[in-house]
Design a protein around this ligand. Sequence first.
Ligand code: NAP
Ligand code: ZN
Ligand code: ZN
Length: 348
Amino acid sequence: MLTVNAIAAPSATEPLVRTTVERRDVGPKDVLIEIRYAGICHSDIHTVRGEWGQVAYPLTVGHEIVGEVTEVGSEVSKHAVGDRVGVGCMVNSCRECDNCRAGQEQYCLNGNTGTYAAVDRDGTITQGGYSTHVVVDEDFVLRVPETIPYEAAAPLLCAGITTYSPLAHWKAGPGTKVAVVGMGGLGHMAVKIAVAMGADVTVLSQTLGKKDDGLTFGAGNYYATSDPATFEALKNSFDLIINTVSAPIDMAAYLGLLRLDGTLVSVGAPPEPLAVPVFALFGNRRTFAGSSIGSIGETQEMLDFCAERGIAPQVEVIGADAVNDAYERVLKSDVRYRFVIDIETLKS
Ligand code: NAP
Ligand code: ZN
Ligand code: ZN
């Protein structure tokens, strides 16, 4: 057992504090990673605050993890000491169900093992990446291409794959009109990736405050959803809408923006249900869909795609003691566009 420095939530209502967590001994198929950077996802906040249900405290979150391999188990063949690697939202799955066999382990029918707040195979609760080290089964460890700096690679492990997967599945590309709702961590990656795929991209943000950034990321259009005229102007326009908003939105209004056979995919995960009036689906034979992260194979594909196309998130690197302030800024939609913790600051 390895005791390592970490940041943890003592309860749903208290600020995160410095502490330590236990990492299991490196098993035959395990990789020990010295973490360099960990991204802050809005899911971390939903989770530690108990918004998605009860969790066991103290809890260390963080599922956008990058670092260097410092030890490998005797049977490890995919990774070696010194490799640049990443870990995303899951660290295991049953490997036997239909979905696992189909290479879609994020949809494991027995439930994938989340990087944090899940029951691990040894019965302990998994602890995430706001920490100096982590031990992970090699099959759930990704290769981080040399050309992506560590701090920029971290958000790809969740924000990157969660937007890449639906964009690829619903075939964003030349000739398709894609709207991205909410330009935070996931949203700004959705814009960059959809643009790289060749789609015509529109951002739907609460205000025009981040318009210049959106256009710099490659969006062709940028509208404020606080202006009702936006919903008139864009009626029946889009083939695909990616909703990244962490709170409930007026689904009827957004569904009305889809053209014939268009799909609105919600990746945002507000604790409250999203009300979908069926009549909003009847017009234009619209589809309302959801999507959860991506498989390990697709995550590797996404990392390689981002490396080839020179796509990287825009990050704000912070020290370990700035995490609570960063959470407040995320909650105020004041994130440009992903906070990433420099884990070096957690070592002392
Ligand atoms: P984030 O950085 O906070 O971005 C969310 C954006 O939504 C904000 O920047 C803001 O964009 C917009 N927004 C926030 N509150 C709003 C409101 N009340 N009304 C309208 N718009 C609002 O969060 P994130 O890390 O990108 O995560 C977004 C959501 O995706 C979270 O719910 C998270 O749990 C979920 N998630 C799901 C998956 C999955 O597998 N499906 C994976 C990761 C995260 P503007 O300022 O541009 O309006
Ligand atoms: Zn996440
Ligand atoms: Zn499975």
